[in-house]
Design a protein around this ligand. Sequence first.
Ligand code: NCD
Length: 361
Amino acid sequence: MNSSFQNLIDLDDRPREWWDKIISLGSAIKDNPKEYAKKCDGKILATLFYEPSTRTQMSFQTAMLRLGGTLIGFDNPETSSVAKGENLKDTTKIVSSYADIMVMRNPLEGSAKAASLTADCPIINAGDGGHLHPTQTLTDLLTLSREKGRLTGLTVGLCGDLKNGRTVHSLCKALSRYPDNKFVFISTDELAMPNYVKEILDSRNCPYEEIPSLDDAIGNLDVLYMTRVQQERFSSMEEYERLKNVYCLDNDKLAKAKADLIVLHPLPRLDEIPVNTDHDPRTKFFEQAKYGMYVRMALILTMIEESENPVPQQMLKGHIHDELTCTNPKCITHKEEYLPKSFIETEKEYICEFCDERIAK
Ligand code: NCD
């Protein structure tokens, strides 16, 4: 299946040079925003948010307004025809025919890819369930390059809900493409990093270790990426209550960290970073949220320019297997049954092309 547009569903769809281009453009825009104020004059950004959002949605909207463009969209699908039962394909097809570029967040995994199969403008994935969040990762990369001065040779601790946190999945996949980075996964067994991410790191010879205690891990880190335990992705509230406060970055732990550590968090934060640590200059998550606006300006500008010279894209790379059903209950293919059952086949397994679920042969 082909799309005429170059989308951003997963950062891995684009070469690393493209990421570097977006990061350096984001940095240039931050240093000289006035130069870009009219670059998207007359263009329209659509934001379709089927899930709550503050930073991602508003930073995209502000980014477009600061480029001189305008906005359409919804952040409550109940006020659109989605409430009447309209499927994802029809909603996104129509809205994408009104806009020049479309940003979508949806709780189902693989939803952005599904929308991109039939959309009439480029699509940006702003989070598809617990799966991926590529624009947060571009934000994180710009933050690291400005605040640490490099994207290589970093020991990065990721702490909290590594199972359900889409930001950490995308970030690990991306940082493992740069040389000499190491990861320390700090989580309980229940919240551990999914195997598919670890398999990707193994295939790139990127080292990682798993440590349950933040206290034990913090002293060796250059970057600590804290995450919220994702209540909305739990099926049992009892389990959420048991796990929600397992990790807390307090001043005692920060006292054990390197002087040049930086602490990031995609936000919103709950109790995992108490506000009484905010005075510590190593906490950089408010700066990180602002870098998100500049990187999204770079992204909108670049992708609108690309869409003026469309290069047909092969969206599905696997084969149709009508006999298979994706085993991930949160996969978009269960809700939107018209979608092709497309899987990439390896020696040991079938990989769902929408949500990356591995199905053993
Ligand atoms: C994150 C998200 O939505 O995945 N937030 C964000 O985009 N800035 C993290 C979270 O919700 O915990």
